[in-house]
Design a protein around this ligand. Structure first.
Ligand code: GLV
Ligand code: MN
Ligand code: MN
Length: 417
């Protein structure tokens, strides 16, 4: 599976992935997903929001067990964030079927089709929000956390709107919206993901279970000044928006340190963007996350105050727009305990599994979005450097195999009870 997936959307210069929603690279990833489903005799179903589902059994029977993740990437992303969850989902199904073949003497043969509960593998669209600025668009739409009207206003850096991009990729943008009937048929969603930190590396564990996701959000800061000649405009006469922007970046760092939170300006747009022109506009996007909502609100309020003060001092206008806000996620305790019980259970080979670490994360996930509607859980696979959202993101093959094995155990445990 990796051999076929790895070249798709890979940028030859950076070695990272540029798999943005509704682009050619995205279409190639979707074709890969469809081929994997077909190879396994699964029924492919693309929902009204463009998410792909591969079904074994009929989801209309209800109480389905679903696993999967996303295939899109951040700019120059790594190979594992998203794809590891999708590849592991197919690998776990293969493993379940293999177990079924070995187990052929039992009356109700575990691992043989049909399973007692429908099993689904999902590829959620536009998880990273790299193109249209809002993360988890596919799952947010399905869960009713993003309206069709708001989604229709999303625009990429070239001025192409989400509906036009969807249309160009052959998807009907007027059909998008909440899909409660689909979610009502799912009894449990489990997303496996590469860890985006070093908790498992430090604890020496291959696999862990997610406890919570930090509340987080994205804010756009528009500093508007006056374009002018870089060589002839006296410093005293300038209204340079780059200056309050720079002060705001430093303030974000300070506020985050004070609150034990994180705050990042990772994307910036400058107009007119000329070396020898004072900018007329500096637009920066703040991504901030904290362990609790109060700390997050404190950081953002502090950054905004600094931005306003510095903008005023430089004669620059400022607009701050909150583009998204994702509240804290506390994953379903019953499902989390169930996963811990399944993974802690004595194995067929007589080896008892060790305690399974439970860890929180500052990264957003489709599982977090869906957790407001259905029981969801996550498994994390060790990342030896913790690096993510970078071409250097990595997970060792043995750890990936352990992750897929753990996912197979979880699916088997959930499907058979
Ligand atoms: C997605 O990976 C995010 O946390 O922004
Ligand atoms: Mn990511
Ligand atoms: Mn991800």
């Amino acid at each position: 599976m990796w051999r076929e997936l790895l070249p798709l959307g890979r940028h030859p210069g950076s070695g990272g992935y540029r798999r943005y929603a509704w682009t050619g690279a995205d279409a190639e990833c979707r074709a890969w997903f469809a081929a994997q489903a077909e190879r396994r005799g699964l029924r492919l179903d693309v929902d009204r929001n463009g998410n792909q589902w591969a079904w074994l059994g009929d989801p209309a029977d209800g109480n389905a067990v679903v696993t999967g993740s996303h295939l899109d990437s951040v700019p120059d992303g790594g190979a594992f964030d998203g794809p590891l969850g999708v590849v592991s989902a197919f690998a776990a199904l293969d493993e379940l079927r293999r177990r079924g073949e070995k187990d052929g003497t039992r009356r109700r043969t575990r691992g043989q089709d049909p399973f007692p509960r429908p099993l689904g593998i999902v590829n959620f669209g536009d998880e990273e929000g790299a193109r249209f600025g809002l993360a988890c668009v596919g799952s947010r739409l399905t869960a009713g956390q993003l309206t069709r009207d708001r989604a229709h206003t999303l625009t990429d850096g070239d001025g192409i709107t989400l509906p036009r991009a969807m249309e160009a990729a052959g998807h009907d943008p007027d059909a998008i919206g909440a899909d409660p009937e689909r979610l009502a048929r799912i009894g449990a969603f489990v997303e496996l993901h590469v860890e985006q930190g070093r908790v498992l590396d430090l604890s020496g564990d291959r696999v862990g279970i997610a406890s919570a996701i930090w509340p987080h959000g994205r804010w756009r800061f528009d500093f508007r000044g006056e374009a002018n000649h870089a060589g002839t405009t006296r410093l005293a006469d300038r209204r340079d928006p780059m200056l309050p922007y720079a002060e705001t970046v430093l303030a974000a760092r300070r506020e985050a340190e004070l609150a034990g939170a994180v705050a990042t300006f990772g994307k910036i747009a400058v107009e007119p963007n000329g070396v020898n022109a004072i900018p007329s506009l500096v637009r920066g996007w703040l991504d901030s996350r904290a362990a609790d909502q109060t700390s997050l609100d404190t950081v953002v309020a502090g950054v905004e105050k600094a931005a306003r003060d510095h903008a005023a001092a430089h004669g620059v206008d400022l607009d701050v727009v909150r583009e998204s806000r994702t509240p804290v996620v506390d994953f379903d305790h019953a499902l989390r305990d169930e996963l811990a019980r399944i993974l802690g259970r004595e194995r067929d080979d007589g080896q008892a599994s060790a305690r399974i670490p439970v860890l929180g994360t500052g990264a957003g996930h489709d599982a977090g979005i869906l957790s407001a509607s259905i029981p969801t859980a996550m498994l994390f696979v060790r990342n030896p450097t913790g690096v993510s959202h970078s071409p250097a993101e990595y997970a060792a093959e043995d750890d990936c195999l352990a992750g897929a094995g753990a996912l197979a155990d979880v699916l088997e445990g959930l499907v058979y009870g």
